[in-house]
Design a protein around this ligand. Structure first.
Ligand code: SF4
Length: 124
C-alpha cells in the first residue's frame, strides 16, 4: 500500500528538450512508471505529475517559472511537493556550457519555496 501521494513538477533543459522531448517525454514517463532513475525514491508513493516545463532557455529562468507554476497550482489545487531538475539539465551542466549552478538553484528553491528538489529524472 502506498505511503501517500507525491505531486511532482519536472523542469527540462529547453535546448535539449526542444518543443517536445523525443518521444513526447517518453523517457520521463517510463522512468516514473517503473520508478527508475531518480524516480526510484517514489517507489512507495503514488505519483502525480502536476506540470512539465523547461528552463526558459539560456541562461535559465527556472525560479520565476516555478513561482508561476506554484501560483497556478494553488489556484487550481495542483500545487507540487517536489521538483525534479531533468537529467537533460544535469547533462547540459556537465557536458555543455549550461550556466545554471544546480546546487545553488536547489538550495534557492528549497529555501524560498519550501519544495524538495531532486537533481535528475530518468536514467536513460
Ligand atoms: S540554461 Fe542550461 S538547461 Fe537551460 S537551455 Fe541553456 S543549457 Fe539548457
Amino acid at each position: 500500500m502506498a505511503k501517500g501521494k507525491k505531486r511532482i513538477a519536472i523542469i527540462a533543459c529547453k535546448n535539449i528538450k526542444g518543443v517536445s522531448c523525443v518521444g513526447g517525454c517518453l523517457k520521463c514517463f517510463k522512468g516514473i512508471s517503473e520508478r527508475a532513475g531518480e524516480y526510484e525514491r517514489w517507489k512507495d508513493y503514488d505519483v502525480e505529475v502536476i506540470g512539465m516545463d523547461d528552463c526558459g532557455g539560456c541562461p535559465g529562468v527556472i525560479m520565476p517559472k516555478l513561482f508561476l507554476m506554484m501560483d497556478m497550482g494553488k489556484l487550481y489545487d495542483r500545487d507540487f511537493d517536489a521538483v525534479h531538475l531533468g537529467t537533460c539539465i544535469m547533462k547540459a551542466t556537465q557536458t555543455a556550457k549550461c550556466p545554471i549552478e544546480v546546487e545553488k538553484l536547489k538550495n534557492m528553491i528549497e529555501t524560498k519555496m519550501g519544495k524538495e528538489v531532486i537533481l535528475g529524472t530518468h536514467a536513460y
